[in-house]
Design a protein around this ligand. Structure first.
Ligand SMILES: Nc1ncnc2c1ncn2[C@@H]1O[C@H](COP(=O)(O)OP(=O)(O)OP(=O)(O)O)[C@@H](O)[C@H]1O
Ligand SMILES: [Mg+2]
Length: 170
């Protein structure tokens, strides 16, 4: 988690700043308590999606034992390990597909949407769905441009995030 965001918690998420985020907060709290396996927070810029994703990590594991990946960085890491270091894809993805610790995939849709990217993300997220492993995904992408297979699998955790950007008025 980037240093400047390590203090993002449920406790300092202020619903007064954005009452429309209550359902997102509650879904992330259900993930943290083990009641739900996923949250998919989709909506406009700056309304607190990443804050809640990091807060879920903090609440569950403290920050050390979960994973926080921005999706474009994850794919760039996967590409480098596979194509430059010749690591087999299955070994590379195994811990992400079956690991029990919470994984946050931040900014789904911000990646360069190649077939390779779509396929690897689908494989990881589909496995997490199959095994109901704790996963929080955030995205700015309109539904019609999202991978419909992922949208359908994460429908139980889908929260449309409304409200205006909190950036710049903190
Ligand atoms: N309700 C809130 N209470 C306190 N801080 C908030 C709240 N909502 C957002 N913030 C803060 O505002 C900033 C922007 O929020 P954040 O990065 O979580 O937005 P986002 O929805 O992920 O935006 P983007 O879609 O652009 O990535 C962060 O510093 C975050 O901690
Ligand atoms: Mg964000």
């Amino acid at each position: 988690v980037p240093a400047r965001r390590q203090a993002d918690t449920f406790e300092n998420f202020d619903l007064a700043k954005n009452p429309e985020m209550r359902p997102a907060l509650e879904q992330c709290q259900r993930v943290a308590s083990g009641e739900a396996w996923c949250a998919l927070l989709v909506g406009g810029y700056g309304n607190g999606k990443t804050h809640l994703a990091i807060a879920t990590l903090s609440a569950m594991h403290r920050l050390e034992s979960g994973y926080f990946w921005k999706v474009p960085d994850f794919l760039s890491w996967v590409r480098a390990r596979h194509f430059e270091d010749s690591e087999p894809m299955d070994g590379l993805l195994a811990s992400y597909r079956t690991g029990q610790a919470l994984i946050v995939f931040d900014d789904l849709g911000a990646e360069n949407q190649t077939e390779f990217a779509a396929e690897q993300l689908y494989r990881v997220l589909d496995s997490r769905y199959d095994n109901e492993l704790p996963t929080v995904v955030t995205s700015n992408t309109p539904f019609e441009r999202m991978d419909q297979r992922i949208l359908d699998r994460f429908a139980s955790g889908l929260v449309v995030c409304g409200g205006e950007s909190v950036r710049g008025r903190l």
